[in-house]
Design a binder for this molecule. Sequence first.
Ligand SMILES: CC(C)(COP(=O)(O)OP(=O)(O)OC[C@H]1O[C@@H](n2cnc3c(N)ncnc32)[C@H](O)[C@@H]1OP(=O)(O)O)[C@@H](O)C(=O)NCCC(=O)NCCS
Length: 164
Amino acid sequence: MNLPPFDIFPFISDEKIRLRQIIASDMNDLLDISYYDAKQAKNVAQAIEMQAKIDKDYDDGNSIHWGIEDISTNKIVGTCGYYRGLDKGEGELGCVLLPQFRGKGFMTNAMQLAIDFGLENMELKRIWAITSKENNQAIKLLERLNFIKLTDLPDDEIEYELKR
Ligand SMILES: CC(C)(COP(=O)(O)OP(=O)(O)OC[C@H]1O[C@@H](n2cnc3c(N)ncnc32)[C@H](O)[C@@H]1OP(=O)(O)O)[C@@H](O)C(=O)NCCC(=O)NCCS
């Protein structure tokens, strides 16, 4: 098992996007999608506080959170990462795109890079994702990435998983 924190923060890319560490100057752009413990930041100061908690979680080995950058513009378009389960050799994959960058294929590429990194480099034995039954775009995304639907969860949520 090869888990965070890594000697060098993992930087991964394909022909369309880069997954990279989030830095202070990103916080303005990411405000609309800055969350921690399911709470959304109301201003940049709160987003910075949340990012400090995210960085600590990474240093403690509990998560890894990437910024997704569009290679053609160098603009940050969203985030993704593993947020739970690493202590058991598994990873809950989460993701969010800024609304103006949805419907362009960025997240399919980002999740594929995160999945390949999780399985090959981190040696995760299982990756899972939870979404609501109404979240058609998330369901399409997960099915496109070959996640398999598991049993329904309470509160209209469903779990999808991908195994090695
Ligand atoms: C879930 C979420 C990331 C999906 O975003 P998305 O834009 O649909 O996903 P992608 O970036 O992979 O884009 C794929 C879509 O772009 C379309 N597309 C347009 N141009 C494209 C291109 N050049 N290349 C690839 N796809 C393209 C695809 O057809 C696809 O649309 P479809 O699913 O309606 O067929 C987004 O809805 C979101 O941020 N939601 C809020 C957070 C959330 O629900 N997270 C999920 C938790 S599990």
